[in-house]
Design a protein around this ligand. Structure first.
Ligand SMILES: Nc1ncnc2c1ncn2[C@@H]1O[C@H](COP(=O)(O)OP(=O)(O)OP(=O)(O)O)[C@@H](O)[C@H]1O
Ligand SMILES: [Mg+2]
Length: 462
């Protein structure tokens, strides 16, 4: 009997939408199977365990479920249990309860637990088919809308976390440019994720199976960098006992990441420019031109435009590299991203350190938001990791992050009055500063009288 059932499901056509029939009555299973097998890829199970087994293996989106299953064929316990387990595994699953009149109450209970619909027994096959086609159409629509939502509001993209508008814009740019070979210049403060972005561009490109070669132009001593980049021929200098390929050559068919490009010495700027223009290189001491096909991404935390103006960086090289510019905002300008990152990092580190994961206290969250993060994401990583190692309590507080709670006040738990006063004081101070302390101008700018301004200034001790 078992063998025969297996043979039945082996016959199923894998391109058709999948459906699973769960019923302890073999006659009914067979009947539905034959009726649907032209249009659906049909699986069947006689009990809860078998149903879950098949579901897990086949990821079936639609299930026809009879509630009275063994060992309690006269009750709904097993069926309801199966329903809950299925929904637990896949909240979008569509379970249709197939029930006789006597089971009506139980079927309604199942709908309350999340079943999609009820279908009456005895089963009218034509009607069932209509219902099923509607269900599959609905599944498609749900998938589409889920995808749209995910595109609009992504928490993470290629392992890069950020829902703030500037980061979402960067994700969109990356997606556009990764399919092309245009050079990209990534700028941003230290620790903002420049290398991470460069990597993401590579991974999304058709070069992803090729190498990603990163060169830190600032870290290699000037005397070594040329041979490091271009390679050398045997005997080209003392110590060159063998021929060696340079990093540029290794980047063939892949992506070349020139990190800290602003630190590149002037002689090398010329050589790199030539390499970029002609896609060929010459090893040190070599006579042969070697063609290299690579996509170039450069990064810097300097202001290259200023470096160009000050004649520290070649303008022609700058324009070669900066066809597309991606300016990574500092962490302090990414709003709530800092919280999302912190929560993500705590989980990642707790796995790495094999420590239980922890939450941040309310004060810690305030402190994370208020701090200005000069070292950006890398600094956040360090603080979170240290906090996780140090903290003994159930949650991480500001002290373990070595951060201060903003203003020594109790942040968001301040009363509305305090918050208003705080804001008023700030506006007052800023406007005074903008007007170089001129009372008439400040009063005018704020739209208040001079006596009122004096009054406010003394109240706030300005
Ligand atoms: N948005 C982000 N989501 C997740 N991890 C991030 C994000 N931004 C940066 N990181 C992580 O922070 C660390 C620092 O990032 P990365 O090395 O790319 O920064 P960088 O800008 O190249 O820094 P530097 O200028 O110091 O070289 C890395 O471990 C990176 O994976
Ligand atoms: Mg870097």
């Amino acid at each position: 009997m078992r063998k025969k059932k297996k043979a039945e499901s082996e016959k199923t056509n894998t391109d058709l939408p999948k459906i699973l029939i769960v019923d302890d009555d073999e006659q009914i299973r067979k009947q539905i199977h034959w009726a649907l097998s032209e249009e659906f890829s049909v699986f069947s199970a006689g009990d809860r365990t078998k149903a879950l087994e098949i579901f897990k293996e086949e990821k079936i989106p639609v299930i026809l479920l009879d509630l009275g299953l063994p060992p309690h064929p006269r009750e709904a316990i097993e069926g309801l249990e199966a329903l809950e387990e299925l929904i637990g595994l896949d909240p979008l699953i569509k379970v249709i309860i197939v029930s006789g009149n006597s089971e009506r109450q139980n079927a309604l209970a199942a709908v309350e637990k999340g079943a999609h619909d009820i279908f009456p027994k005895p089963v009218d096959m034509e009607e069932l088919k209509v219902v099923l086609h509607r269900v599959y159409r609905r599944i498609d629509l749900e998938k589409e809308s889920l995808e749209e939502r995910n595109l609009g509001q992504r928490v993470s993209f290629e392992k890069i976390i950020g829902t703030s508008p500037p980061m979402q814009e960067i994700f969109a740019t990356i997606q556009k440019i990764s399919k092309t070979d245009v050079p990209v210049l990534i700028t941003g403060e230290s620790g903002t994720g420049k290398e991470l972005i460069a990597n993401a561009i590579h991974n999304l490109s058709r070069r992803k199976t090729g190498p990603f070669i990163a060169i830190n132009c600032g870290a290699i001593p000037d005397t070594l960098i040329e041979s490091e980049l271009f390679g050398y021929e045997k005997g080209s200098f003392t110590g060159a006992t063998t021929q060696r390929k340079g990093k540029l050559e290794y980047a063939n068919n892949g992506t070349l990441f020139l990190d800290e490009i602003g630190d590149l010495a002037p002689e090398l700027q010329v050589k790199i420019l030539r390499f970029l223009q002609e896609n060929v290189l010459e090893r040190v001491g070599g006579r042969q031109l070697i063609p290299v096909n690579s996509r170039v991404i450069a990064a810097t935390n300097q202001n290259l435009e200023t470096e160009v103006k000050d004649n520290h960086f070649r303008e022609d090289l700058y324009f070669r590299l900066a066809v597309v510019k991606i300016a990574l905002p500092p962490l302090r300008e990414r709003g709530n991203d800092v919280i999302q990152l912190a929560e993500h990092l705590v989980q990642a580190f707790s796995k790495e350190l094999k420590k239980p994961s922890k939450n941040f206290s309310k004060k810690a969250l305030e402190a994370l938001r208020a701090y200005n993060w000069p070292g950006n994401v890398r600094e956040l990583q360090n603080r979170v990791k240290r906090a996780l190692v140090l903290s003994d309590g159930p949650s991480i507080g500001p002290a373990e992050l070595e951060l201060e709670v903003p203003n020594g006040e109790n942040g968001s738990s301040a009363t509305l009055k305090e918050a208003k006063e705080d804001l008023e004081r700030k506006i007052l101070a800023n406007t005074l500063q903008e007007n170089n302390g001129n009372i008439s101008k400040t009063a005018k700018a704020l739209g208040i009288s001079r006596p009122t301004l004096y009054d406010l200034m003394s109240r706030y001790g300005l």
